[in-house]
Write a protein that binds this ligand. Sequence first.
Ligand code: FAQ
Length: 325
Amino acid sequence: MYTQMSDGIDGNPNAADEREGAFNARLDRAVKIESPDWMPEAYRKTLLRQISQHAHSEIVGMLPEGNWITRAPSLQRKAILLAKVQDEAGHGLYLYSAAETLGTPRDEMVAALHSGKAKYSSIFNYPTLAWADVGAIGWLVDGAAIINQIPITRCSYGPYARAMVRICKEESFHQRQGFDIMWTLAHGTPEQHAMAQDALDRWWWPAVMMFGPPDSESVHNEQSLRWKIKLFTNDELRQKFVDQVVPQSERLGLKIPDPDLRWNEATQHYEIGQVDWDEFYRVIRGDGPCNRERLQARIDAWDEGTWVRDAAAEYARKHAARSVA
Ligand code: FAQ
């Protein structure tokens, strides 16, 4: 049933099959796989790819909103945005820690990001041109993240599932603060309403694309579903998002920028128009509006932070030496 690599064990030709059988039986019984447990190498690699990309997304994802901390329209909005962006840093750190339990050091993951080998979410390669974009990110991007991540709290790998519990709670606050910004603008002056509409116009399609390529083109859907790393396909989650957001946009008095959007009475779901998948692939290949800027910002932050990491490591070394003494 499960297609995966298995390594042989000297002296017992059946041992590898037995280990794999035991692993699959645990998946079937929904018993979490923990870091010391045996796991197929391809399962480990898939998890490492997804969790590290997820961690990179949280860290790169601080940049678009961080751009507005100094220009938030009130002290209260600034304090909330600061806390939100700081939460994203925390999410990145939990996720790097979860990924490290798979045996790869964090520096290696970060190097893969900086060299362009590892991906991060396409959504963070779009610019934040106005304050309303901060609202649109909270409402749409955190909203999409929650829909994608709540099932991951039930995924098969224990450290990833547990990290997601707290992350999802915090994302709910983020989503609500974004909706609140959109609500305030949408019910403000005509100029503020127009600003909210413009942000929705620019963020809608990139948010729809966040869920990944259509199922027919997804490389990893099938295997990740079998391994219970993913519990829903990309298209299933995208549909949940659309069904949730369309009524919210109506409450806001804003229009989703899709002339083909319609309610299907038979399926009880909204149907959207054609997604520009060429744009999606361009962005994940590194050619989106802000890819170069985002990556350079991360590389600069890493280089400029070397002395902080060195000082922290030295402090830890001295502290450990004192404890031993
Ligand atoms: N962007 O076969 P699939 C957030 C790649 S966190 C870039 O379907 P998979 C919080 C994919 O890696 C947002 N690349 O792949 C926040 C693969 O390429 P590879 C991040 C994408 O992994 C809010 C190829 O396409 N969330 O927003 C994207 O089974 C506000 C084929 O795709 C997560 O990472 C994309 N959108 O499904 C932070 C959630 N989609 O690796 C700050 C966990 C696909 O073979 C501010 N991840 N690709 O070279 C997942 O659920 C999955 O990894 C998917 C993709 C659903 C993203």
